[in-house]
Design a protein around this ligand. Structure first.
Ligand SMILES: N[C@@H]1[C@@H](O)[C@H](O)[C@@H](COP(=O)(O)O)O[C@@H]1O
Length: 286
């Protein structure tokens, strides 16, 4: 796992936005895997990433015409066009601002008649397009990824999930601070669904995520901090701001900063060719 630290959350957004655009632009289609497939999150943390990607699209530096997306999660039981549904979030903050074909965007339907079937179908749809190339994610204050709350199986797949009280409290701000309006359940991809992606990028910003970040990076792999499963992913990158590092050891921060410096030197020498970068960065991050 690599950790890249930037001063502010906007700089984090720019870094990840540029990173994803580079992946889209360097994607080589094959008959078995003709489109790049992204996994996408909602939440306040990824907003600067989406803002950057929209800017790059408007500047003609990236196109989403051939991009397929799968969102991480969706609430159960609120209408699709509810102002706080993840469907509404994705269309207002991203999809309606770029040239993506809505047919290529996939979001779990929290109002499906058969929620079990919906989840099984989602896993099958991911498989049918050749798997996810890059899964972008955020984390909850309790270290959850998607809606994989503490205690979730680290080999879980897309399923129905009861939300933790802490998450319901966190989300209350979006529902007029009225606890009774916050959905109690969600559909979510599993930890294993995220782990199956070829590459995972996590955006972690703000002091309120600092404890979760230190637990996921410095603690052991643990189902109480489901994002910690990424320690075993062969190609995971966490990008955070300085505020989010507050609970990390100084030694940890210095270590990851020094690794980035080496990577920069290697890239300056060999060039930012994606495949080369992938191989070399793996070596330096090991
Ligand atoms: N299901 C979402 C997660 O995918 C997201 O990472 C988390 C943090 O959101 P925020 O970035 O707003 O702190 O919120 C919810 O729990």
């Amino acid at each position: 796992m690599r950790l890249t630290i930037r001063d502010t959350k906007d700089q984090v957004g720019n870094y990840i936005g540029d990173y994803i655009a580079k992946r889209i632009n360097s994607f080589t289609p094959t008959p078995a895997h003709p489109n790049i497939v992204l996994g996408l999150p909602t939440g306040s943390s990824p907003l600067p990433v989406y803002k950057r990607l929209v800017e790059l699209y408007k500047d003609g530096k990236v196109s989403f015409k051939d991009v397929i997306t799968f969102n991480m999660d969706e609430y159960v039981g609120i209408p699709r066009d509810h102002s706080e549904s993840y469907h509404t979030f994705m269309f207002s903050n991203f999809f309606s601002l770029i040239d993506i074909d809505p047919k290529n965007t996939h979001i779990l339907n929290g109002n499906a008649e058969d929620l079990y079937k919906e989840c099984e179908g989602y896993e099958a749809a991911i498989k049918a397009v050749g798997g996810i190339d890059l899964f972008l994610g955020g984390i909850g204050a309790d270290g959850h990824i998607a809606f994989n709350e503490p205690g979730s199986s680290l080999t879980s797949r897309t399923r129905i999930k009861t939300l933790a009280y802490e998450t319901i409290l966190d989300n209350c701000r979006f529902f007029n601070n009225d606890l009774s309006l916050v959905p109690r359940m969600a559909l979510t991809v599993g930890v294993q669904t995220v782990m199956d992606a070829k590459e995972v990028v996590l955006v972690v910003t703000g002091q309120n995520k600092s404890l979760a970040l230190s637990q996921m990076i410095e603690g052991g792999v643990n189902h109480m901090v489901t994002a910690s499963a990424l320690q075993t992913h062969p190609w995971a990158l966490v990008v955070c701001d300085e505020d989010a590092t507050l609970e990390l050891r100084v030694k940890t921060v210095k270590y990851f900063k020094s690794i980035e410096k080496v990577q920069d030197e290697v890239e300056a020498k060999y060039g930012p060719v994606a495949s080369v970068r992938l191989g070399l960065s793996r070596a330096t991050a090991a």
